[in-house]
Ligand binder design. Structure first.
Ligand code: HEC
Length: 199
């Protein structure tokens, strides 16, 4: 009985037994009869990735003017009223460089490194806001709102004009300033890796 006066061996024994049974059940039974095959509609609801050509973009539209109000209401608390200087990453390049610049997020294209300037495709910004923002309330923005917020960030960073209308057709056509900044020159499959530390 001395053994069982200490709870630890009991817990260990129970854990080992449970694990052993689980292991046997796993090996013998190919299925638990749980869950169900997702329908195409369910898969479609999860499949929210937007490629560079924007083929997956939903209908909708928005302008920077519409985005300005949305930004103030839903984004400024974390990203700062001016899009910089808040606790969350900088989204709008400040007119005057901050005295203590934040660490440059990768990929870093220099000071004023914001997604609207370093991203090679405007569709990436739409995808990011749609899937991940506002932080903690992801998935609540409607397509029109995401078009408007994307337009606002691109306008404020000098990539598009204030009354440019962004939609399924116009968003993928935006010529991003860092479009060619990601190309690795003179490298072909089979050649040594240009960055030896990366796997
Ligand atoms: C509760 C705080 C919070 C709110 C509200 C919020 N964000 Fe963010 N945002 C963050 C944080 C934190 C990150 C960094 C996330 C990471 O790197 O994993 C981020 C990252 C981003 C980025 C990517 C920045 C980069 O350079 O990588 C964009 C774009 C963005 N937010 C847009 C928005 C927009 C548009 C809204 C309003 C609809 C919004 N955010 C609201 C906290 C917030």
């Amino acid at each position: 009985m001395r053994l069982f006066s200490n709870p630890l061996p009991c817990i260990l024994l129970a854990a080992v037994t449970a694990f052993g049974l689980f292991g046997v059940a796993w090996a013998q039974s190919p299925t638990y009869g749980l869950g169900k095959t997702p329908t195409p509609a369910e898969i479609h609801a999860w499949d929210i990735s937007i490629g560079p050509e924007g083929k997956e973009l939903p209908p909708g539209s928005g302008t920077a003017k519409e985005g300005a109000q949305l930004f103030a209401d839903k984004c400024a608390a974390c990203h700062g009223a001016t899009g910089s200087g808040g606790p969350a990453p900088m989204l709008i390049k400040p007119a005057i460089a901050p005295k203590k610049p934040l660490p440059c997020l990768s990929p870093c294209i220099g000071p004023g490194n914001v997604m609207a300037l370093h991203s090679p495709y405007a569709t990436t910004i739409w995808d990011y806001i749609h899937r991940a923002m506002p932080f903690g309330q992801e998935g609540t923005l409607k397509p029109d709102e995401v078009y408007a917020l994307t337009a606002f960030l691109l306008y404020k960073n000098g990539v598009i004009k204030e009354d440019d209308v962004l939609n399924q057709q116009t968003l993928p056509q935006i010529k991003m300033p860092n479009r060619n900044g990601y190309a690795i020159p003179n490298w072909k499959p089979g050649m040594p890796r240009p960055f030896p530390n990366e796997r």
